[in-house]
Ligand binder design. Structure first.
Ligand code: ATP
Ligand code: MG
Length: 256
């Protein structure tokens, strides 16, 4: 079971879009996938066709210790993956957990109980380096960092890399950065090309070969509560996420 935290404290870089569409793509390639929505915005839930306003149970109840994951998981009808949904209630967890014991390992312990059920668990993190994100980094086997190739992209990256180092030192010694994913990419943009080249010179093999283009289909699909594969399977966005799924599966085979 590979547990991938999809994280970047910068907002709007394509974390959720990547989670939903990578999940659906892995399913289409025969994998069992669980997506865990860790953002009170609940965008991954909505984008997977789940009505977040009327949830009886959500990831919030798992983190505060009231429910186990299997009690809150539902299935995304069009995506074919399971999802632990989230909504605004999750914002309260941050405060409620402050004085609790083992507050950083809540998610890790919850996921451990699922062993054997899923091939991939994808964690959609909020745009913050908060306790929920630390829970994700503590539970994860690896981190995927989606980023837009723009001027300020590299600046935020060092804060994230430092957080990852701290989590590695204190909570999760085997955590690794699996890859940096270039998202919302516009090939005609010179700056994007320059930043992309910089990324490759800094991070080398850690930059996924797959590039996710800016594609209107990817932005439209969530309003129907479906991944782009169900909405327009021939679109550039759908093909890019299929390619990413293949790259990730290949990487895993290579690394044993
Ligand atoms: P947040 O930090 O708020 O959680 P996020 O990092 O999860 O944001 P998304 O919600 O995936 O980012 O994407 C931000 C916006 O950009 C959304 O409206 C989404 O539909 C759109 N978007 C994401 N990726 C693409 C893409 N490759 N092409 C076009 N639009 C995209
Ligand atoms: Mg998001």
């Amino acid at each position: 079971m590979k547990i991938l935290a999809i994280t970047n404290q910068k907002g709007g870089v394509g974390k959720t879009t990547t989670c939903v569409n990578l999940a659906a793509s892995l399913v289409s390639l025969g994998k069992q996938v669980l997506l865990i929505d860790l953002d009170p915005q609940g965008n991954a839930s909505t984008g997977s066709g789940i009505d977040k306003a009327h949830l009886k149970n959500s990831i919030y109840h798992v983190l505060i210790g009231e429910k186990s994951l299997k009690d809150v998981v539902v299935t995304s009808e069009k995506g074919g993956f399971d999802i632990a949904p989230s909504n605004r209630e999750l914002a309260g967890a941050e405060v409620e957990l402050v004085n609790e014991l083992a507050r950083e390992t809540r998610l890790k312990v919850a996921i451990a109980k699922l062993s054997g059920v899923y091939d991939y668990v994808l964690l959609d993190c909020p745009p913050a380096l908060n306790l929920v994100t630390v829970n994700a980094l503590t539970a994860a086997s690896a981190v995927m960092i989606p980023m837009q190739c723009e001027y300020y992209a590299l600046e935020g990256l060092s804060d994230l890399v430092n957080t990852i180092k701290k989590v590695r030192a204190h909570l999760n010694p085997t955590l690794e950065i699996e890859g940096l994913l270039r998202t919302l990419f516009d090939n005609r943009n010179m700056l994007a090309q320059q930043v992309s080249a910089q990324l490759i010179s800094h991070f080398g093999e850690k930059v996924y070969k797959t590039v996710i283009p800016r594609n209107i289909r990817l932005a439209e699909a969530p309003s129907y509560g479906v991944p782009v594969l169900s909405y327009d399977k021939g679109s550039k966005g759908a093909l890019a996420y299929l390619e990413l799924a293949q790259e990730i599966m290949h990487k895993e085979r290579k690394n044993g």
